[in-house]
Write a protein that binds this ligand. Structure first.
Ligand SMILES: Cc1cc2nc3c(=O)[nH]c(=O)nc-3n(C[C@H](O)[C@H](O)[C@H](O)COP(=O)(O)OP(=O)(O)OC[C@H]3O[C@@H](n4cnc5c(N)ncnc54)[C@H](O)[C@@H]3O)c2cc1C
Length: 545
């Protein structure tokens, strides 16, 4: 056999399991049909939270996620950021009924119970805020609120979390191929024997052999299993987020949508994120796009507590598919967020293990459990897991951003972004600037992208396409749709990867098209005018898409 295990999917479960398997000495191949994190992982809310919502129905999910959140903070301290949430009491103080007061009290008790889990993830205990305190913290809230409780959570750059797990897996000897699709899982005599794959960029086809295949293809799992004669039950749920052009609050705000579902508005980098919807999805996972309806549903909910968001420019609408465990009956919100490892033996595919459900926040624990099962399927003796102890790349010796800015010719916000994305590896990036000061050019002031960062990512982070840089260092993600950064990033990538001018042009069009697909659902009025300006400016520089 070529490998001990073939892992399908480069989301957080695939890359996390590849890392764990490689660290425990297995020969690993990972295939990802596009780039790391393009599925649910990178399109999640990116919260390394405990899931307070699941505390009543799935207490185990909350406990697992909180414990794993603590471990993720230990192995990637640079990549996490604290998000203090406000949970306002929305009924008015004047005329509040006994029932209203009971509801406030119940909320306080509920959040207070969640406090018991907070030490696991270095979270601060909740606080009760009076109306005055609430409005001092967040004056943009609609008037007349009675007060709030606070709730401490953590966010992460989920794309980079996947990349760091992939890089770590590679560092431990795994082979990882992006833009390579598993076409079918091959089985013989009721046992898995490998995978047939195709490199979608070169067209190269081949077969890789292994006695165990770990299927972490998220919402694509059921179709892949069907194509291979196996079955993976799942109830995929579509979730849409909006990005607003600026920070509307320095706090996350928890609020209710028109139908009573819980939603949030939270700060992220220099923007705000509004999320999320949750609707059953029966379509093709490759054909996923937000609709105007979903955009309006989210904006209506956000404006119910933060009326100012109506003045926002929505810069993107992006979506992913939850890989929820199948159940007939409950509505989407009520589905369990537990994870399951589905054994293919029953459908004649012994050695095929598929993961369904689960959370980004507990990905490490899910990967640990999957690796234990993979070792058992291989008939190997147990090997201790170390993924909670060994830092992810850049997670050790994280430099102080302010000190870095003083020691190098870069602005403090740029240094902060660099350290946030790369941790200890920021030093290597700044060495590139020392060698060639032209690489100290800031490509995007919003995102603080350095030319040297682009070069570093292309050289060391498995970049095959220009659009991979959206996920590595946010090239062309910001409000200006790549006007400042896209062309220079393309030239830097072309020089590193030896692209012809035709390839460079095609890659640039593809990058800009990826951004266009996220802006299309939010175009109206002034935003349409903005889009025309962006197109015009790109066209004037000879780029069309
Ligand atoms: C809207 C939304 C919000 C969420 N918010 C949170 C949150 O805040 N916190 C939290 O803890 N969890 C959250 N989740 C859940 C979390 O994102 C998922 O549990 C997790 O990301 C699933 O990871 P995965 O690796 O299993 O799947 P995915 O990330 O979907 O990865 C599957 C990968 O498989 C690849 N693939 C598909 N077919 C093939 C093939 N044939 N060959 C090779 N590769 C293939 C895809 O390209 C994809 O990259 C959210 C999910 C959604 C959708």
């Amino acid at each position: 056999m070529d490998f001990d295990v073939i892992i399908l999917g480069g989301g957080v479960n695939g890359t996390g399991t590849a890392r764990d398997c490689a660290m425990r000495g297995l020969r690993v191949l990972l295939l990802e049909k596009a780039d790391y994190g393009v599925g649910a992982s990178g399109n999640s809310s990116g919260m390394i939270h405990g899931g307070i919502r699941y505390m009543l129905s799935d207490r185990h999910v909350t406990a697992l996620a909180c414990r794993d959140s603590g471990y993720i903070q230990r192995i990637a301290p640079h990549l996490l950021f604290r998000i203090p949430f406000l949970l306002p009491f929305t009924t008015r103080k004047e005329g509040a009924t006994l029932r209203d007061r009971a509801a406030w009290y119940a909320t306080e008790v509920y959040v207070g119970t969640y406090d018991l889990f907070q030490p696991l993830k270095r979270g601060k205990p909740s606080t009760r805020l009076t109306a005055d305190e609430l409005y001092r913290l967040e004056p943009g809230l609609r008037p007349g609120l009675h007060g709030a409780v606070t709730l401490d959570e953590w966010g992460i750059d989920a794309f980079r979390l996947c990349v760091l797990n992939a890089l770590s897996a590679r560092g431990h000897g795994a082979e990882l191929r992006t833009w390579t699709e598993a076409r079918a899982v091959l089985a013989e005599g009721g046992r898995v024997r490998g995978v047939r794959y195709r490199d979608v960029l070169t067209g190269e086809e081949g077969e890789a052999r292994a006695p165990v295949v770990f299927n972490a293809t998220g919402a694509w799992s059921p179709a892949l299993a069907r194509r291979s004669g196996a079955a993976v039950p799942m109830r995929p749920g579509k979730g849409v987020h909006l990005t607003l052009d600026r920070r509307y609050s320095n706090y996350g705000v928890i609020l209710s949508a028109v139908d009573g579902r819980q939603m949030f508005v939270m700060p992220h980098e220099s923007e705000s994120i509004v999320g999320t919807t949750d609707d059953d999805y029966y379509g093709d996972p490759d054909d996923l796009e937000a609709t105007n309806d979903e955009v309006e549903y989210l904006m209506e909910g956000a404006a119910s507590l933060l009326p100012g968001v109506r003045n926002a420019r929505i810069t993107r609408a992006w979506c992913g598919l939850r890989t929820t465990i199948y159940a007939y009956g409950p509505n989407e919100d009520a589905l369990s967020r537990e994870h399951q490892l589905h054994d293919g033996a029953a459908s004649g595919h012994a050695g095929l293990l598929s993961i369904v459900g689960g959370k980004l926040a507990s990905y490490r624990a899910q990967a640990e459990e999957a690796t234990d099962r993979i070792l058992a399927l291989l008939g190997r003796a147990p090997v201790a897991c170390r993924t909670h102890e060994e830092p992810l790349p850049g997670g050790d010796d994280v430099p102080d951003a302010a000190a870095l800015a003083r020691a190098h010719p870069i602005a403090a916000p740029v240094a902060a972004r660099l350290v946030y994305r790369h941790g200890g590896r920021a030093r290597e990036i700044l060495r590139l600037v020392e060698e060639d000061p032209r690489l100290g050019l800031v490509l995007c002031r919003d995102e603080g992208i350095l030319a040297a960062e682009v070069v570093h990512c292309v050289r060391h982070e498995q970049v095959r396409r220009l659009q991979d840089l959206r996920r590595r260092c946010r090239v062309a993600v910001g409000g200006c749709a790549g006007l400042d950064c896209a062309r220079i990033a393309a030239q830097l990538a072309a020089r590193e990867l030896g692209w012809t001018p035709e390839q460079l042009g095609a890659e640039l069009s593809d990058l800009l098209d990826a951004g266009w697909r996220e802006r299309r659902p939010v175009l109206d009025g002034a935003q349409l005018v903005q889009e025309e300006l962006v197109r015009g400016a790109h066209a004037a520089a000879g780029v069309r898409w």
